[in-house]
Design a protein around this ligand. Structure first.
Ligand SMILES: *[C@@H]1O[C@H](CO)[C@@H](O)[C@H](O)[C@H]1NC(C)=O
Ligand SMILES: *[C@@H]1O[C@H](CO)[C@@H](O)[C@H](O)[C@H]1NC(C)=O
Ligand SMILES: *[C@@H]1O[C@H](CO)[C@@H](O)[C@H](O)[C@H]1NC(C)=O
Ligand SMILES: *[C@@H]1O[C@H](CO)[C@@H](O)[C@H](O)[C@H]1NC(C)=O
Ligand SMILES: *[C@@H]1O[C@H](CO)[C@@H](O)[C@H](O)[C@H]1NC(C)=O
Ligand SMILES: *[C@@H]1O[C@H](CO)[C@@H](O)[C@H](O)[C@H]1NC(C)=O
Ligand SMILES: *[C@@H]1O[C@H](CO)[C@@H](O)[C@H](O)[C@H]1NC(C)=O
Ligand SMILES: *[C@@H]1O[C@H](CO)[C@@H](O)[C@H](O)[C@H]1NC(C)=O
Length: 461
């Protein structure tokens, strides 16, 4: 009988692991077959966490302890997996998952997720379907929602939430007033909206998306979420601001994934517009990203991975998105390939070397989270597998096809008005909130506060 991992609450430390270690995942980053094989091993282990397509499961969901957003992130990563390796093993399960969670308004606002869903959660499902359109992932049957239309649905629903009632604009972290974090305007939400808009602009040529990319970017610079540590112009990307004091107190945490979303935005916009401001922004963010490489070589989530730090379950997967966005950006700005390749190689080699865990009865070659120590750190899970898989695949980006747009062979059908009937979240709750979900949101906030204090400590010590 297969153990159902999703029933092992918070099983992120290796209490089940045997003492026997398997050989590391063998990886030669310059050999495409070796890279594909390593990615396949990482993906296979990752899918041991998924039971949504089995009897009694809910398609699309990882289930506890993982939040809904991370499943969306995983489906996006598996579209990448098919794009980079050509292996279509997971395509059907990906399509089923992405279709099951679309929600009646066709913009990834499923009623079951009301108490968990922030803008930065919804956007990961939007990224997945946008990627499907860009990479020509097989289109769903014509009577089902199409990838591009779903991405437009997510974007339209978020655009309607642009909130000028405080701080001259910005998206809030949370969608619903009753979710903890409603007063926080954060970078993952705003950068996600900007990134999806840039890619929709590239795909469709619709200027409205570009206008919002510019407006939202300017807003982030205005409140110094994009700045030099809040000291004026610069390209550090900080976590968020509270609208309770006109967005003047910045949380100076720097997460890889927010920087990745904006790095990729700048690459896409530079490609499409040729405007030098986007080149400046692209290299500015890249220059500010040296903190994301331990010893200037190995990708790490310094905000929580540094000595003494603790990364929560969500944060364990963030660097996978940075790797994904770095690689994707090389297609829009080919000069980045030579700059990024040494980082892909050193990070992937370090990642592969520590995928040596054996999780009894489940899988071998479990990857840990930290790649900097040469040994497995004893943790395992979806985030760890995502991180390793994405950095492995970055090493074969030079062989991958270019993303398409409507003018260059894209075949996904759009719907510019998708998602416009969705709940803006501004106003009364549509679903009563339970004590349990309030507690869940509170715990997340507590993690933020703890991480933030940790960052202050890190900055001053
Ligand atoms: C569920 O998906 C996995 C891939 O992760 C596949 O191996 C399995 O056959 C699928 N099961 C069903 C019942 O479709
Ligand atoms: C919502 O939850 C119900 C009850 O668990 C389940 O039957 C349904 O499939 C879920 N819907 C989605 C879209 O996850
Ligand atoms: C809020 O801050 C903005 C600058 O970001 C400033 O233009 C505006 O006047 C401030 N509003 C209030 C009410 O202080
Ligand atoms: C990035 O850093 C390089 C090397 O320090 C420097 O020459 C360049 O001007 C920087 N670019 C930007 C946009 O900050
Ligand atoms: C840092 O990188 C250098 C090579 O650039 C290497 O010699 C050194 O051992 C590394 N230090 C650590 C702590 O990994
Ligand atoms: C823009 O991106 C497309 C898609 O990847 C690529 O084919 C094209 O060469 C890029 N243009 C420039 C000027 O780099
Ligand atoms: C690093 O690896 C050594 C063994 O090589 C181990 O003793 C130590 O605990 C590890 N440190 C961390 C932070 O994982
Ligand atoms: C461009 O996008 C906007 C925003 O979604 C939409 O309202 C408009 O209809 C679109 N225009 C065209 C020509 O599709």
């Amino acid at each position: 009988m297969r153990i159902r991992l999703r029933d092992c609450a918070l099983a992120t430390t290796a209490i089940l692991s045997s003492l026997r270690h398997v050989a590391a995942i063998s990886l030669d980053p310059t050999d495409p077959d070796s890279v594909k094989s390593a990615a396949s091993t990482a993906a296979h282990s990752m899918m041991q966490w998924y039971g949504g397509n089995l009897t009694g499961g809910t398609p699309g969901l990882l289930g506890g302890p993982y939040y809904w957003w991370e499943a969306g992130a995983m489906w996006g990563a598996l579209i990448d997996y098919w794009y980079y390796t050509g292996d279509d093993t997971y395509n059907d399960v990906v399509t089923q998952a992405l279709q099951f969670q679309v929600s009646p308004t066709k913009d990834y606002m499923p009623a079951n997720q009301t108490t968990d869903e922030g803008n930065d959660d919804q956007i990961f499902w939007g990224f997945a379907v946008m990627t499907a359109a860009e990479y020509k992932f097989p289109n769903p049957p014509a009577d089902q929602p199409q990838w591009l239309a779903l991405a437009q649905g997510v974007w339209n629903s978020q655009q309607a939430r642009w909130d000028t009632s405080t701080c001259n604009g910005g998206l809030r972290w949370q969608i619903f007033t009753f979710d903890t974090g409603y007063t926080y305007k954060n970078s993952p939400s705003n950068a996600g909206f900007i990134n999806l808009g840039a890619r929709l602009y590239a795909y469709t040529g619709n200027q409205t998306y570009a206008n919002w990319v510019n407006r939202a970017w300017d807003w982030m610079e205005g409140v110094l979420l994009i700045s030099n540590f809040g000291e004026g112009p610069g390209y550090g990307i900080y976590d968020g601001v509270y609208d309770t004091n006109n967005c003047t107190t910045i949380t100076f945490l720097q997460w890889t994934y927010s920087a990745g979303m904006l790095l990729n935005t700048a690459a896409v916009m530079y490609n499409i517009t040729g405007d030098p401001i986007w080149e400046t922004r692209l290299y500015g963010i890249w220059n500010s990203s040296n903190i994301f490489f331990y010893n200037n070589t190995i990708l790490w989530e310094q905000a929580c991975e540094r000595p003494g730090g603790v990364c929560d379950l969500n944060e364990l997967s963030f660097k996978s998105y940075f790797a994904r966005y770095m690689a994707a950006s090389t297609k829009w700005v080919p000069a980045l390939l030579d700059i990024f390749t040494p980082f892909f190689q050193s990070s992937a080699t370090a990642a592969a070397a520590q995928c040596v865990g054996t999780i009894a009865g489940l899988y071998g070659n479990a990857c840990g989270f930290s790649w900097t120590n040469g040994t497995w750190d004893g943790t395992y899970g979806v985030g760890q597998q995502l991180d390793a898989m994405q950095i492995f695949m970055a090493n074969i980006v030079q062989d991958a096809r270019s993303p398409v747009t409507r003018k260059t062979g894209g075949t996904s059908t759009g719907d510019p008005s998708a998602g416009t009937s969705s709940n803006t979240g501004i106003g009364a709750p549509t679903t009563p909130i339970t004590t349990a979900s309030r507690a869940g949101a509170g715990i997340l906030t507590a993690f933020v506060v703890v991480s933030w204090l940790g960052a202050i400590w890190w900055m001053y010590v």
